[in-house]
Design a binder for this molecule. Structure first.
Ligand SMILES: NC(=O)c1ccc[n+]([C@@H]2O[C@H](COP(=O)([O-])OP(=O)(O)OC[C@H]3O[C@@H](n4cnc5c(N)ncnc54)[C@H](OP(=O)(O)O)[C@@H]3O)[C@@H](O)[C@H]2O)c1
Length: 380
């Protein structure tokens, strides 16, 4: 009975992908030969690790063929759909070791997918990145460079189509001051007091992203004066008090004294700093040291584009050869293994998405291998 076999195979595939309990699989298959008629259980729900629920017309087929081929077809198509969906969700199941725990207790991915400059491609690329295994998304309430509603549309799709839950994802956005906005597209009232601008920016982000909370809110850059920076930070802190934001951070802060001052004055301390990782600032050596001492994570951007000399370095090439990895992967691996840096990648290439994620499963580099990079970035 071909149809029965096909259905059984599909069921086995489904159980394997979803790792549904062996018991259920056994029950399914034990029952099959004993059933006399086709039993159609409408809307059987199975919990997959207690996180998502599959509902389908679950068909157990008996040995005796009632001759109703339609039911086989319905069963096969229905289970096929479920296998397809389960494959997607399974493929984005990520290893717990791919995350760090920040000062604020937030579970943050070690590698974050950045969405700058992706315009109308944002939605599809974010969906693709999450399906590949990314769990952290970086955006900003800054229409000049980011399409925040595209991230929101991707989240909606992932929740509806893939059964992901909001809490499975780490969403980071930014407040961008007037200095960083396109005057024609300011996402808040530019004439309102600063505090109101920050509040309106967060409300716009929540709306764009279709969420009730943000995992990480980052000040896109320090304000013109420290007093303004602290004023914005106080508003940020009120968002944490209200449960709208889980952790705070700052970006483009290259003076360690400014960072220290913010850290000292803050009631809720920065959990992350997001900076350009390049030679001109000596790779923020002092800032990274301060981060290490205080449990703060350093999110690097321009990691690849600003460092072609590292990527093409002879010793790095030798490491690539030994590890069968690209130089981009080796640099990301080194940084992720410092325990302080959580790099951002904004790749638009599906192969690079996979390669970037593989980095998190690479074995620990030896001290000598780490030293190759340590020397290149002036840490040694
Ligand atoms: N706070 C800020 O002011 C600020 C500023 C800039 C960026 N950011 C954030 O950081 C994110 C990343 O931006 P980024 O400036 O670092 O650049 P990026 O968008 O990650 O692009 C870097 C380049 O690296 C390539 N690439 C990525 N993975 C690769 C791999 N495995 N092998 C080879 N090439 C690879 C990409 O090409 P392919 O697309 O072909 O892979 C791209 O050309 C942004 O999306 C944004 O979220 C923040």
């Amino acid at each position: 009975m071909e149809q029965l076999e096909e259905i059984n195979l599909l069921m086995a595939q489904f159980c394997r992908i979803t790792q549904i309990s062996v018991a259920l699989q056994a029950v399914t298959f034990l029952l099959v030969p004993e059933l006399i008629n086709i039993v159609v259980c409408d809307r059987v729900s199975l919990s997959y690790r207690g996180r998502c629920t599959y509902t389908w017309r679950h068909v157990l087929v008996g040995e005796e063929d009632p001759g109703d081929v339609d039911i086989y077809d319905t069963a096969r198509d229905s289970i096929k759909d479920q296998v397809k969906m389960a494959s997607r969700i399974s493929s984005v199941e990520v290893n717990p070791s791919h995350f760090v725990r920040t000062l604020s207790g937030v579970r943050m991915p070690k590698l974050i997918y950045g969405t700058a400059w992706k315009k109308e491609q944002t939605e599809d690329l974010v969906v693709q990145a999450v399906r590949k295994g990314f769990r952290g998304i970086d955006t900003a309430c800054q229409p000049k460079h980011y399409h925040e509603p595209g991230v929101g549309a991707a989240l909606k799709r992932l929740i509806e189509e893939d059964g992901l839950k909001r809490e499975d994802l780490f969403i980071q956005t930014k407040f961008t001051s007037l200095d960083g906005q396109d005057p024609a597209r300011i996402p808040y009232d530019q004439n309102a007091p600063l505090t109101t601008q920050v509040q309106q920016s967060l409300e716009a982000s929540l709306k764009n992203l279709g969420t009730t909370y943000i995992d990480s809110l980052v000040m896109h850059s320090p304000m013109r004066t420290m007093s303004q920076t602290l004023e914005v930070w106080k508003v940020f802190e009120s968002f944490v008090d209200d449960g709208k934001v889980k952790q705070l951070g700052i970006s483009n802060c290259y003076e360690v004294t400014d960072f220290r001052q913010l850290f000292a004055a803050a009631r809720i301390r920065p959990s992350v700093i997001q900076n350009r990782f390049y030679k001109q600032t000596r790779y923020d050596k002092e800032i990274r040291k301060f981060c290490k001492e205080n449990g703060i994570f350093y999110q690097s951007f321009w990691t690849l584009s600003a460092n072609p000399h590292i990527l093409s370095d002879k010793k790095v090439s030798e490491l690539c050869y030994a590890h069968k990895q690209t130089s981009a992967q080796m640099l990301f691996a080194y940084l992720a293994q410092t325990g302080v840096v959580t790099p951002l990648t904004g790749t638009t290439d599906p192969k690079h998405m996979e390669e970037d994620l593989q980095v998190l499963d690479m074995p620990e580099l030896t001290p000598q291998e780490k030293s190759v990079f340590g020397k290149l970035i002036g840490d040694e």
